[in-house]
Design a protein around this ligand. Structure first.
Ligand SMILES: C[S@@+](CC[C@H](N)C(=O)[O-])C[C@H]1O[C@@H](n2cnc3c(N)ncnc32)[C@H](O)[C@@H]1O
Length: 231
């Protein structure tokens, strides 16, 4: 992407200008009604996302929403909910917004930001639930995982009482590690778990993600699923 088309937009994402940019970075601006990337605007909505959505419907978060199949599918299925899908990759956000506009949806917002930064723009008890689907396992660096004890501490602040985390993964060790660290965390409880979602009664409600379809059709891998509730 030539720098003359980029203008100041790089400042939203990088500390210093670069020689070249991913062309999808500027293309995020094609969907202002579906994609938010300006940190100052995002942060200004902390504690007042109901104003952004224009209703009092419960707000759900998703971290690592990929190309948006899950976010858009959930928004179609549950029009009485709002869904904020957080993703770092430009092209995946652009694809997600294109699909949302085609439907079209009014209850989804895609946010370009790291999941670790949600306390900057989400207020206390603002959230009814959160989804983490097939996060990268970081086999050799588990401290980089999107779901770890510090994530539960963020949930303690932003979740309402009864708020739930919904987690799906094909990675058996990641799944086991979450069950293990949850034993030491107070105020939250694992209220549902299965190591074979697609052969579980919960599958009736399941909305598939892109990675999930791939695992199912190519690798026939069992999918682990759990729900953790804030007491
Ligand atoms: C393995 S993909 C899964 C995508 C989607 N959830 C699915 O199941 O098809 C993980 C996604 O998380 C995003 N991601 C990784 N680290 C992230 C972070 N710290 N904050 C937000 N998104 C992140 C990646 O860009 C990628 O799209």
């Amino acid at each position: 992407m030539p720098n003359n088309k980029v203008g100041d937009m790089w400042k939203h994402f990088f500390e210093k200008p670069k020689k070249a940019y991913n062309p999808y970075m500027v293309r995020l601006a094609e969907y202002p009604e579906y994609i938010m990337y300006d940190r100052s605007i995002m942060d200004s909505y902390k504690n007042r996302w109901t104003e952004y959505f224009g209703n009092d419907n419960p707000i759900y978060l998703e971290i690592g929403s990929g190309s948006g199949n899950f976010a858009n599918g959930m928004c179609e299925k549950y029009p009485e909910r709002n869904h904020m899908a957080i993703e770092i990759r430009f092209k995946r956000l652009h694809t997600s917004a294109r699909k949302a506009k085609k439907i079209p949806l009014e209850n989804v917002l895609f946010i370009q930001r790291k999941g670790e930064e949600i306390l900057n723009f989400i207020g206390d008890e603002e959230i009814a639930g959160m989804y983490i689907n097939f996060p990268e396992p970081w086999d050799h660096k588990p401290k980089n995982r999107v779901l770890q004890p510090s994530t539960i501490e963020m949930m303690r602040k932003i979740f309402r009482k009864g708020g739930k985390l919904f987690f799906k993964t094909d990675h058996d060790e990641y799944f086991e590690s979450v069950l293990e660290f949850m034993k030491d965390i107070e105020g939250f409880e694992v209220v549902y778990q299965t190591t074979d979602l697609h052969n579980d009664p919960k599958n009736a409600d399941n909305v598939m993600t892109e990675f999930e379809s791939l695992f199912l059709h190519k690798h026939n891998k069992n999918i682990n699923y759990l729900e953790i509730e804030k007491l």
